[in-house]
Unconditional design. Sequence first.
Length: 476
Amino acid sequence: MRNTCEIATAALEGFIAAARERDLPVLQQTPMAELSDQLDLTRLITKGGLHGDTLRQFLETYLASATRLHHPGNMAHQVAIPAPGTAAAALVDAVTNNVMAIYEMGPSAATVEFAVINWMLAKVGWTPAPLPGASSETACAGGTLTSGGSLANLTALSAARQRAAPDAWQQGNPDNLILVAPAGCHYSIKRAAGILGLGCNAVKDAPTDAEGRIIPDQLKDFILEQRQAGNVIMAVVANACATAAGLYDALRPVATICRELDVWLHIDGAHGASALVSATHRHLLDGVDLADSLIWDAHKMLQTPALCAAVLVRDHRDLDRAFQQDASYLFHDKDQPGFDFIHRTVECTKAGLGLKLFFALATEGEQAIAAFIDRQMALCVQAAGFIGAQPDFEVAAAPQSNILCFRMTGDDALQLTLRKKLTERGNCYISSTEFRGRRWLRISLMNPATAMIDIQTLIAEIRVCAHKNASSLAVA
Ligand SMILES: *Cc1c(COP(=O)(O)O)cnc(C)c1O
């Protein structure tokens, strides 16, 4: 094992260093058929031999066509550049393989998960769960880690359904069950509605302003109208922040209405809940503690390798009921030394996801993560100022997070062409999205190595692409 890991570590160190130096493109799209040959996959699968020099050779080819997240020009997707220490956590998890949904199968892994969940609950302002064995009669919050925000949304909404339609687990859904969510919610909300059997049509668009934020003043009437029409509202979903432009819904007024009308409020904080760690930015989630459930991805802004997402609920019993009708057990009633997460998750074999997050936090302490978040937010404001000041560019909305949408003067098709050309050149990697009915170029500033020089390079690269586009049109 040591030999194999040493070969891999050496290769990865070279990979990171080259990316940081901007020596190689962020990405290159080698055709799969070619790559499959280069990697010699079929022969290796049948004959084996992935040791020593063969392993070195394989990793060299593999990493050459890997997308370089560590490259400062990588601004495309909401994926963490993992903190260096987390690689060791992934190794420990892979070797011990202590899948821990049942405590006895991985006491250390379960204890670490319990601790990081409690850390998150405290950041939300909810009551962390007492350690099993501690006698406590007070209500407490709860949570679990799961494999991604999409699964976390499904889990939280399954918990919401148990409250709105307690018979649904056995009998199936009543046909008047609906969700209320802003149209710009992540697609996993509609997907969850499909999986839960409500159907995507049961997701009703919440009233929103031009930038896609819920209008609290209109939400109340909307809910009352839906009830008047005979519908039962399973949950209101709010974004913190929305995926497209990274804008936050006003959680406190939305939550106040949900409390008043006794509706479950689910907050999708997959990307943006990490602002809770920052004293400077946690105000963006003001009122989050009034919600019933929240999801929070560590593999986005907490520098944790994929996948590590949290489902958190204000009352732990809601999550214990998420996948069954009767889960009246309380953890302190159980006669065992630890805690089982199995009731709270779709997964049966459940990886020890907490260790990677724990390493991300504990290597430098949570203050380092807070400083990272503050830095990325400040960079985004600076980038918006710079791009907005260019005569040939326009910014979609003042950023509230580390996500920014902008476009070059021209139509929607131009933005798609620019992104395509940019990706072919490979020096910068960005995404694109629809927002306010138009197509935008989009950056997520996830990389602690990205600086203003990279934003300037990006704009210069886009101009080169636009120029080429114009000259190719002229030739045509
Ligand atoms: C990324 C994201 C998700 C999905 O999370 P995954 O971990 O990618 O499954 C859900 N909601 C929002 C707002 C997101 O940004």
